[in-house]
Design a protein around this ligand. Structure first.
Ligand code: NAG
Ligand code: NAG
Ligand code: NAG
Ligand code: NAG
Ligand code: NAG
Length: 410
């Protein structure tokens, strides 16, 4: 059993050897005891018309203290995608994405899909639920931003957009706010604003090399892909700021179709990805940025496996399915399914399934936005014992079925 810190994860995720596009060494700074401590708070976006970030503090024993939670406006607007099969506003999974909110150091970044902006907020050092806007939301060169990644090391924020003008754009940030947003790296998705999904939409940006997962649509022979954009100028820290390359390498690893969530696996060059069409996979990224499939886990009875968090306590992946009320634990070596699924129906009060999730210390926190009938809720699972510790409604904090994204402060 290993305990790695969030810090070392971020460091790997933005490793200096990006110049060779191959993060070869694990930066172990901070991989000390902090690694094993539980989180301080979780953050979720409401993705409502007045978009807000809801913060819920975590007690020392890992449980959530909902009555001490807060809600802070981002200064932008939420918006939901359109479920292609029904034409209705999407929810749960209103944005068809992982990482609608990202944490870097003491800053949170959240997408505002209804106003085509990204917001930056500072977390108070003494009170993890006290958030303050930093500057104004930054306007993006595209439509329907649905996923964001940020690098504390390089002070860069990147946003994936999946509307009629789709792609990725990045900007530097400082304590004064978000700087000039660069030009869109376009993706030809032929989408609308709001997009019809979940198929054929941008899924996630992961600040590594900047990795972006994009879902295909097998029904029309449209193959999903992983795009890798290297971070540049990473060594000249005194002068040129780091930036993200304007062109990337895209690949469609064999056996994948609807790439959704992803997380960089610590101590390796691999990514753990979810694929909504079958389950999870481990991808290896070569020196040119091309990804290939190392191992694939096909989950029996899955509906849409979309979100993943790697637990620092177990170094295993926990994946969530928007249509099945359980978590599945998988190997980060080859995506083999470990044990039986962690069934949550006994504790969850009718949740239809789970979306965004995060892990810190021994615990995994998973959001169930509900379906409009059931409350938006968070379930807490002990990664070591696999026991469901608690299930709490977060409806009192203004979260509904449009809630999306989760970040965790350690
Ligand atoms: C965890 O801590 C919280 C807050 O201190 C407390 O209310 C709760 O009962 C504790 N849970 C367990 C399982 O000990
Ligand atoms: C783009 O989408 C429109 C409908 O939204 C469709 O009629 C058209 O065939 C699509 N084009 C491509 C190249 O897929
Ligand atoms: C998808 O592409 C394959 C290979 O090009 C082709 O054989 C198949 O008919 C196509 N299917 C659809 C639904 O277009
Ligand atoms: C998957 O990796 C595990 C180690 O994490 C190993 O024990 C197992 O044999 C591997 N399975 C396959 C099918 O390669
Ligand atoms: C939401 O889910 C509950 C429990 O599964 C179900 O009874 C209810 O009909 C669903 N509501 C909607 C609007 O789909």
């Amino acid at each position: 059993m290993h305990c790695y810190s969030k810090l070392s994860l971020l460091a790997l995720a933005s490793v200096a050897s990006i110049a060779s596009a191959r993060p070869s060494s694990l930066d172990t700074r901070g991989a000390a005891n902090e690694a094993c401590t539980n989180g301080k708070a979780i953050y979720i976006t409401s993705n409502t018309a007045q978009n807000s970030i809801v913060a819920v503090p975590i007690a020392q024993n890992g449980s959530l203290i909902v009555n001490q939670g807060s809600s802070t406006a981002t200064g932008g607007s939420g918006a939901s995608g359109i479920t292609a099969s029904s034409g209705a506003a999407a929810g749960p999974d209103s944005l068809f994405s992982q990482s609608a909110i990202a944490l870097a150091g003491q800053y949170l970044f959240a997408v505002n899909p209804g106003s085509n902006t990204v917001s930056m907020l500072a977390i108070d050092a003494q009170d993890a639920t006290k958030l303050t806007a930093v500057g104004s939301p930054a306007t993006l060169p595209g439509e329907f931003p649905n996923t964001v990644a940020a690098s504390d090391k390089y002070k860069i924020v990147c946003v994936g957009l999946t509307g009629a003008t789709a792609g990725v754009a990045c900007a530097p940030y400082s304590s004064a706010g978000i700087g000039a947003v660069d030009a869109l790296r376009p993706f030809a998705l032929n989408q609308t604003t709001p997009p019809g999904g979940p198929l054929n939409t941008v899924s996630q940006c992961d600040q590594t090399t900047l990795y972006v997962t994009v879902k295909g649509d097998p029904t029309v022979n449209n193959t999903g892909f992983l795009a890798a954009f290297p971070v540049q100028n990473t060594r000249s820290s005194c002068h040129a700021a780091a930036s993200v390359a304007s062109t990337g390498v895209t690949s469609s690893p064999s056996g994948t179709a609807v790439l959704f969530g992803s997380e960089v696996i610590k101590g390796s060059t691999d990514l753990f990805v979810t694929d909504a069409s079958f389950g999870g996979a481990v991808l290896s990224v070569d020196a040119t940025g091309k990804a290939s499939t190392v191992g694939k886990g096909v989950i029996d009875g899955q509906a849409a496996t979309c979100w993943v968090a790697i637990s620092p306590a177990t170094n295993t992946a926990f994946v969530a399915d928007v249509g099945v009320d359980r978590l599945v634990e998988m190997s980060v070596t080859n995506a083999t399914i470990l044990g039986s699924p962690i069934d949550l129906t006994a504790i969850s009060n009718g949740d239809p399934g789970l979306t965004d999730l995060r892990a810190a210390g021994s615990f995994v926190y998973a959001l169930s936005p509900g379906n409009g009938t059931t409350d938006a809720s968070v379930v807490v699972v002990n990664a070591l014992t696999r026991a469901a510790v608690e299930h709490v409604s977060v409806a009192s904090l203004g979260l509904t079925k449009s809630a999306q994204g989760m970040a965790i402060l350690v």
